[in-house]
Ligand binder design. Sequence first.
Ligand code: PLP
Length: 331
Amino acid sequence: MALADHPRIPLTFGPSPLHPLDRLTAHLGGARIWAKREDCNSGLAFGGNKVRKLEYLAAEAVATGCDTLVSIGGVQSNHTRSVAAVAAYLGLKCVLVQESWVDWPDSVYDKVGNVQLSRLLGATSRFVEAGFGIGIKESYQQVLTEVDLSGGKPYPIPAGASDHPLGGLGFARWAAELLEQERAAGVRFDTVVVASGTGSTQAGMVAGFAALGERRRVIGVDITAKPVETLAAVQRIAHRTAALLDTEITDEVILDERYHAGTYGIPDEETLSAMRLAARTEALITDPVYEGKSMAALIDLVGTGEIPRTDTVLFAHLGGQPAINGYSAVV
Ligand code: PLP
């Protein structure tokens, strides 16, 4: 089935902004760097990559008469905040399981940022003790059963909207959108650098480029510190999404595991200095969990020439700024 035939509810402003990062490029003195900005892709609660993915899941939720979106993520999950936003926008209820993925000492970590926004958006958050992982959790199953028993109709959305049959479609569409923007701007990206966590962002891009017959190097940057699981997730979701689009993945899936800083949700000095450099050259705000790490990768890969000077490289900015409020001790 063609991508355009998959039902979708538009939740973004349209194509996300694409622009060059001239001062960062000059500072690094290597490949030409641009950014495509999912952090300002939508008017729904600061947008981000999940809003794009949810365009397809929301269409199914509405078409099947569900009245409650149920999802799961860490306390500072951008994903659960986006589910809360989409639920509010569509007039649905929302219950979120918030797991303690990150052991971070900031006293306001579990009160500000994403979790605060989800509350403001009207979602119910249930806090549970559990580590990072994208598997199906008992707490999540329990919420689904409770919504069911109380007469509601839940629509289950796994962590990051990734391990879901429709999870990769949003970023397959991103790939098609990028090609149109390239034509309009007269530019072609040899390499895309993207943070990878639950996997469907990178997987969707890979499947989307395959469906378009475009060979691009998509470098996923593992931010989970569990790269074996991340790579397996990206491969699985890429193949599943490709099958939905009647195509196949033939190129190797690339996941760089040098920049996760050792622990999910904890930045190291390289992460923090990348965040500062992006902020001080481009006023580009990145977070310590995701984009700070993919920015650290981009800076290193361009600075060392591992991405050749002749390349034009795209930084896929996926959002995540609200979590920064929980990191005042280091940022
Ligand atoms: N960047 C941000 C800001 C995110 O919220 C996420 C979500 O996990 C990612 C990157 C990684 O995307 P994915 O989970 O689709 O791999």
